[in-house]
Write a protein that binds this ligand. Structure first.
Ligand SMILES: Nc1ncnc2c1ncn2[C@@H]1O[C@H](COP(=O)(O)OP(=O)(O)OP(=O)(O)O)[C@@H](O)[C@H]1O
Length: 245
């Protein structure tokens, strides 16, 4: 990867499921060390976009590079440096928390320690618990620890704090701020304005499979001429995010 190449490059991505055109045309460049937010209502095409960037879905059209690698062709190499947390994690439901962490750690050459990962997402007390007996918020936190198991340089987080209580949400933001300080590149799908404003260097507003605007949170507000990012989102999409979140 040349130094001028972004950590994530997506060019003119498109993806349909039968009659639904989930992603019509999405292009994104995320620089190394940058945190990019993707904001949109339910069904806007956010998950489909990040699944294509992660190599989990092949685009109908367009091109993706992550750290210079093609996510589908260079899957094995990319797995060493990319961490992905998705909404519906496909996990072995009868494994214990530490067993799942150790399974994921075994995929990587230089993983984080189990104790460190448990501590990061505050699951040390639940380390012997079977996955399906965890609460929704605990499962969510475990999926984040699994995404970080290999000490990735690029992380994709889909709805990081959905289902977490306010205190857990704030602690998770602290974890992400630590990753940012370590220079990790982050792509963060979110429904939460406060989260995006606090964590994201830039944000892409996506609706009906297209990017409507892409700027810093303050730049978006200034450009649209509203008081808040919330209002800017409504002005851009004609939809209220809180109602659909
Ligand atoms: N596997 C699938 N098969 C058929 N249609 C799908 C599939 N996955 C998503 N879709 C449709 O594609 C569109 C975009 O979905 P996507 O999950 O990418 O949106 P999203 O922005 O992530 O939404 P949410 O906030 O609800 O997670 C929606 O209309 C959805 O119903």
């Amino acid at each position: 990867m040349s130094s001028s190449e972004p950590a994530i490059l997506a060019e003119n991505l498109a993806k349909s499921y039968r009659r639904t055109q989930a992603v019509v045309d999405v292009s994104l460049r995320v620089d190394t060390g940058e945190t990019m937010g993707i904001l949109g209502t339910n069904g806007a095409g956010k998950t489909t976009t990040v699944e294509m960037i992660a190599g989990l879905r092949g685009p109908d059209r367009g091109r993706v590079r992550v750290l210079g690698l093609d996510p589908r062709r260079d899957r094995a190499r990319l797995r060493q440096v990319l961490g992905v947390q998705l909404q519906d994690a496909y996990l072995h439901h009868n494994l214990r928390v530490t067993e799942l962490l150790d399974l994921y750690r075994s995929f990587y050459p230089a993983p984080g320690s189990t104790a460190e990962l448990l501590d990061l997402v505050e699951l040390t007390d639940q380390r012997r618990t079977i996955f399906e007996q965890l609460s929704g918020g605990q499962k969510q936190r475990l999926s984040i620890a699994l995404a970080l198991a290999g000490r990735p340089r690029v992380v994709i987080l889909d709805e990081l704090t959905t289902g977490l209580d306010p205190a857990a949400r704030r602690r998770m933001w602290g974890t992400i701020e630590q990753l940012k300080a370590d220079g990790v590149t982050i792509l963060l799908v979110s429904h939460a304005m406060e989260e995006v404003e606090r964590l994201c260097d830039r944000v892409a507003v996506i609706d009906a499979g297209r990017i409507l605007a892409l700027d810093t949170p303050t730049g978006l507000v200034a450009r649209v001429g509203t008081e808040s990012l919330d209002d800017a989102f409504v002005a851009l999409t004609g939809k209220d995010l809180e109602v659909t979140a």
